[in-house]
Write a new protein. Structure first.
Length: 346
């Protein structure tokens, strides 16, 4: 048998193994042809939704998550931010799955189908808690090591896991780079123009802000989307699909606690104190990393040159151009997929 024939048969066998979920995600057409995944700029229809139809008890939570790709594939965990949901990866996850990755996309605590196991557990939004959820998810699914990718809250959690549990992370893709902070660091005032970008943090510090977010959760989220990605022309259907995840009964409590904790206005849980002490030292990240920034990111974010030195392993930075804002996986899915694939090969 020639080498060409062997390669052909290997490709066919792999296609047959992947066919069931490729059909489910719309990437495989009848007759075995692969459908091209639409680019964000040219797509005029809503891509198929990611459905968090799987659940696993992990730590304090019953985590709802979507899973795509072969069960034995190399694992990639995609982490969303606030106020978004897993559908930020509606075009990213199927493309990674089509390349043979096992893709896990969980709802964070306070979002979508994720629920607390006990009514007595504090609705804690501090960064160490959110990052610990990722490790607990990996433990529950018996995932020893994975590539982590995220933006906003998801990038912060991915950064923390990479810094504190590097043995669990093969590679990291982090939008806006190094987002590890502490209450002590948050005490330092910023110039007025920078403080202005954090208006919602100060709003959430008030009882009026909590009441306002409770009453106008979807309106508030839409305003954040518009401010954070001023050139992204998302439609109502795109927004409404993700906004449904904000109807989680713990959404308001988690968000309010997260921002109040950052300002030192809310206590964290004692079980995370040691982790927060380590994070307050701004530990370096040693795992192979690609950081990303959008050229039109309207949300508060550090400059790439300010954090490059925090990544001491194999490292690369990419700026996505063309009016890309705060949510690159949804605004530039093809480029985001390439960054994840390249990170796994660093």
């Amino acid at each position: 048998m020639s080498a060409t024939t062997t390669l052909f048969l290997s490709t066919v066998r792999r296609g047959l193994r992947l066919a069931p979920w490729l059909i489910a995600t719309g990437l495989l057409l009848s007759g075995g042809a692969f459908a091209a995944a639409p680019d964000a700029a040219s797509d005029t229809t809503l891509p198929p939704a990611l459905v968090a139809n799987k659940h696993v008890d992990a730590g304090d939570l019953r985590i709802g998550y979507a899973e795509l790709g072969p069960a034995r594939g190399e694992v990639v965990i995609l982490l969303h931010g606030w106020p978004y949901d897993i559908n930020s990866y509606a075009q990213v996850a199927p493309r990674l799955a089509a390349q043979g990755y096992r893709v896990i996309v969980p709802h964070l605590r306070g979002y979508g189908t994720t629920r607390f196991l006990s009514t007595d557990t504090p609705r804690n939004g501090q960064p160490a808690a959110l990052a610990s959820d990722v490790v607990a998810l990996m433990d529950a699914l018996k995932i020893r090591r994975a590539t982590l990718a995220g933006y906003d809250w998801g990038a912060r959690s991915a950064d923390i896991v990479a810094a504190l549990w590097p043995e669990r992370v093969k590679a990291l893709v982090s939008v806006s780079g190094y987002l590890i902070g502490s209450q002590e660091a948050s005490r330092k005032p910023l110039p007025p123009s920078a403080e202005l970008q954090w208006w919602y943090q100060y709003y959430f510090a008030t009882e009026r802000g909590q009441a306002g977010y409770t009453q106008y959760t979807h309106d508030f989220a839409r305003k954040i989307w518009e401010l954070a990605s001023p050139q992204w022309k998302f439609d109502d259907a795109t927004f409404n699909r993700s906004a449904a995840a904000l109807d989680n009964p713990d959404q308001v409590a988690i968000v309010i606690h997260n921002y109040r904790w950052r300002l030192g206005l809310a206590e964290g849980e004692a079980k995370y104190a040691a982790l927060e002490q380590r994070l307050a030292q701004a530990p370096a990240i040693t795992v192979p990393t690609i950081t990303i920034e959008g050229d039109a990111n309207g949300a508060p974010h550090p400059k790439p040159e300010a954090y490059a030195a925090k990544f001491v392993g194999k490292y690369e930075h990419r700026t996505f151009t063309g009016g890309i804002g705060h949510n690159p996986p949804q605004e530039a899915p093809a480029e985001f997929v390439q960054a994840v694939v390249d990170a796994t090969h660093l």
